[in-house]
Write a protein that binds this ligand. Structure first.
Ligand SMILES: C[S@@+](CC[C@H](N)C(=O)[O-])C[C@H]1O[C@@H](n2cnc3c(N)ncnc32)[C@H](O)[C@@H]1O
Length: 553
C-alpha cells in the first residue's frame, strides 16, 4: 500500500525501532469482526413453545450464538467475533434481523470502556453510522436513555436505520451541533462518548480513500475540530459522570494532544487509568509525545497521567488501531439534583481505577470518587408490568401535536388487534400522521433537530394504522398476535427480504403461544425467533409490507 511520505516520516520519528513492524502491518490483511446484538438475546414470549418443537439449536436467542460457533472471540468486546475477510456477513438474513452488527474489532473498545449501566443516561455525540451506539444500546438493555447524535444530516439516516435494525426501543436520534445539545440537556448524562472525527490513519488498510484524503495538515485540522467538540462534551457530563474520547488515528496532536488540551482547560476532569490483560496487546498513551506547550499548560504530574489512555496498534493487536481515553468528572456519581431533563445516575466501571488526582498546585481538581454500584436504580424503566398481560395494552401517557384526532384510536385498535403483551417504551406522542413512543427520561427536546424523538411506532393514515419497521424490529417473538415462523436457511427469508409475496402453509402462521392461528391481518415475519418485518396475511397469501429501503438488494 502506498502511504503518504509525510505520514511515514512522522510515524518513523514517533515509533523509532518499532516503526518497521508498524509499517509492515499495512501489508497484512485487514481485520474484520461482528458483534452479536445482546438485545436479540432476550427470550421471546413463545420461547418455551419453540423449545417444545425440539429444534433447540436454532431457537431465536440461540441463532446468533450458533452463527458464531467456532469463531475467535474479540478479547475486549462482549459477544464479538472475528470474521474472515472474504466472508460477507452483511448479506446473511441474520444481518437484516439485527442479530449482529459488523464492526472493526478495535472500534469496539470505546463503548466497552464507557461501560454504561442499565438505567443510565447515555449520549453518543458523534455517532453515525451507529456502530458504537448499537453497542451502547445493547448494554443499556432497553432501560435508561440513549441520545445518539451526528452533525452530518445525511449520515443520521444510516444512524437511525442501524438503531432501528438493532431493535433499540427508546433511543433519541438527533442531528445537532454539540453546542446546541449542551444548551438543551446541560450536564445530565452519566456517560458521554466522543468518537471524534479524525485524520483516520487507522482506516488506511480498510479504506484507501482515507489515504488519499490525508495530508500533512490533517492531524492539526482534526485536532482543532476535536477541541471544539470536547469543550461542549464537557458541559454534558453529569458530576461524577464519565466521558470517553476515541479516534481511529495515531497522530499525537489528536489523541494525547486533544486530551492534554482538554484537561488543561477542564480541571474538573481526570483520566481513569484502566488495566487490561497483557496478552491483548494494548499499549499505554504516550505523554512524551506532548508538545512542551501542552505539558506546561497541564503541569508535569497531570501530563504523566496520559499514560493511562490506551493505544491499539495494528502490529500489536488483532485490529486496525484506535486511541481511547476514559475521563471522569469530579463529583459524587448520581448526586446531582434533578434537572428538566431528569436525574442522572452512575456506577463505577469494573476494571477501572479512580481518576488520577492532581496535586493542589497543578491547577486541577481531578476526577470524582468512585462510589460502589447503585446500578442506576433511580432511572430504570421497568417494563415488566404489561409483559404478561395478554393482548397489547395501549396504556401509557399520550400527547398529540397536530394530526388527526382519530390517529390515536387507530393506533390503539392496532395494538389491541395485532400485538400481544406489549407496552410502549415511553409516552405516546402523535406528530402529524406519525406515532412515537418517547422516553420519559428525554425531557423537553423542543428546538432540537430530531431525526427520531423515540421509537417510531407507525403511521396513522386515514383508514388504518401502518406499523413501522422500527416497531417490528423492537418486538420480541411472541409479542405479535400473528407470526410467520421461518427457520435457519429457509429460502423464504431471502424472498421476503427481497420484497416478494409469500404463500406459506397456513400452519406456519402462529399466535403468541406458538400454535397455528386462524386470524388474519398484520403478521410479524420472524427468522429463528427474530423479527424481519411485517406482512399482511389474508388466509392464503402474505402480502409483503417491507418498505423498499429495508429490502435486500
Ligand atoms: C468516527 S465517525 C463516528 C463513527 C461512529 N461513532 C460509529 O461507531 O459508527 C465521526 C463522526 O463525527 C461526525 N461529526 C463531525 N463533526 C462533528 C461535530 N462537530 N459534532 C458531531 N458530530 C460530528 C461525523 O459526521 C462522523 O459521522
Amino acid at each position: 500500500m502506498a502511504l503518504p511520505k509525510e505520514y511515514v516520516t512522522m510515524m518513523r520519528e514517533l515509533l523509532g525501532e518499532e516503526a518497521e513492524a508498524f509499517l509492515a502491518s499495512y501489508g497484512e490483511p485487514k481485520r474484520t469482526a461482528l458483534r452479536l446484538n445482546a438485545l436479540k438475546d432476550e427470550p421471546g414470549e413463545a420461547d418455551g413453545a419453540e423449545k417444545k418443537g425440539g429444534d433447540e439449536e436454532n431457537d431465536g436467542p440461540q441463532a446468533g450464538r450458533s452463527f458464531v460457533r467456532g469463531r475467535d472471540p474479540v478479547a475486549w468486546a462482549e459477544g464479538a467475533y472475528y470474521t474472515d475477510e472474504t466472508e460477507r456477513p452483511g448479506k446473511h438474513p441474520y444481518y437484516y434481523a439485527g442479530l449482529y452488527y459488523i464492526q472493526e474489532p478495535s472500534a469496539m473498545l470505546p463503548a466497552e470502556l464507557l461501560d454504561p449501566q442499565p438505567g443510565q443516561r447515555v449520549l453518543d455525540l458523534c455517532a453515525a453510522p451507529g456502530g458504537k451506539s448499537t453497542q451502547l444500546a445493547a448494554k443499556l438493555r432497553g432501560t435508561g436513555l440513549l441520545v445518539t447524535n451526528d452533525l452530518a444530516t445525511e449520515r443520521t439516516k444510516a444512524l437511525a436505520k442501524n438503531i432501528e435494525r438493532a431493535g433499540v426501543r427508546g433511543a433519541v436520534v438527533t442531528n445537532e451541533s454539540p453546542a446546541k445539545l449542551a444548551s438543551a440537556f446541560g450536564a445530565t448524562f452519566d456517560r458521554v462518548l466522543v468518537d471524534a472525527p479524525c485524520s483516520g490513519e487507522g482506516m488506511f488498510r480498510k479504506d484507501e480513500d482515507m489515504v488519499r484524503q490525508w495530508d500533512a495538515e490533517s492531524p492539526a485540522r482534526y485536532a482543532a475540530m476535536q477541541d471544539d467538540i470536547m469543550k461542549e462534551a464537557a458541559k454534558l457530563v453529569a458530576p461524577g459522570g464519565r466521558l470517553v474520547y476515541s479516534t481511529c488515528t495515531f497522530s499525537p496532536v489528536e489523541n494525547e494532544g486533544t486530551i492534554a488540551r482538554f484537561l488543561a482547560a477542564h480541571p474538573e476532569f481526570g483520566i481513569v487509568a484502566t488495566r487490561w490483560p497483557a496478552e491483548w496487546g494494548f499499549a499505554p498513551g504516550r505523554p512524551e509525545w506532548l508538545t512542551p506547550e501542552e505539558v506546561s499548560a497541564l503541569g508535569q504530574a497531570r501530563a504523566a497521567t496520559l499514560a493511562g489512555t490506551i493505544r491499539l496498534w495494528p502490529h500489536r493487536v488483532r485490529g486496525e488501531g484506535h486511541f481511547a481515553a476514559l475521563l471522569q468528572r469530579a463529583g459524587a456519581e448520581g448526586a446531582e439534583s434533578e434537572t428538566a431533563n431528569g436525574p442522572a445516575s452512575a456506577r463505577a466501571s469494573a476494571g477501572a481505577e479512580a481518576p488520577e488526582r492532581p496535586k493542589a498546585n497543578e491547577n486541577a481538581a481531578g476526577g470524582g470518587s468512585l462510589k460502589s454500584a447503585k446500578r442506576g436504580k433511580r432511572n430504570r424503566t421497568d417494563r415488566g408490568g404489561a409483559e404478561a398481560a395478554g393482548r397489547g395494552s395501549p396504556a401509557g401517557g399520550r400527547e398529540r401535536t397536530g394530526g388527526d384526532a382519530d390517529a390515536l384510536e387507530r393506533y390503539d385498535a392496532f395494538v389491541r388487534e395485532s400485538l400481544h403483551g406489549w407496552e410502549p417504551p415511553g409516552k405516546i406522542r402523535i406528530k402529524g400522521d406519525y406515532v412515537y413512543a418517547v422516553s420519559e427520561l428525554a425531557g423537553n427536546m423542543q428546538g432540537l433537530r430530531l431525526v427520531r424523538e423515540g421509537l417510531l411506532l407507525g403511521r396513522a393514515t386515514k383508514h388504518r394504522f401502518e406499523p413501522s419497521q422500527a416497531l417490528a424490529m423492537g418486538l420480541k417473538f411472541g409479542q405479535a398476535a400473528l407470526c410467520l415462523r421461518l427457520r435457519g436457511d429457509d429460502e423464504r427469508a431471502i424472498r421476503y427480504l427481497k420484497g416478494e409475496t409469500l404463500q406459506p402453509d397456513p400452519q406456519m402462521i402462529t399466535g403468541p403461544d406458538g400454535e397455528p392461528s386462524r386470524m388474519r391481518g398484520w403478521t410479524l415475519v420472524c427468522l429463528d425467533g427474530c423479527p424481519l418485518g411485517w406482512g399482511r396475511w389474508d388466509g392464503a397469501t402474505l402480502k409483503n409490507e417491507l418498505l423498499p429501503g429495508w429490502r435486500q438488494v
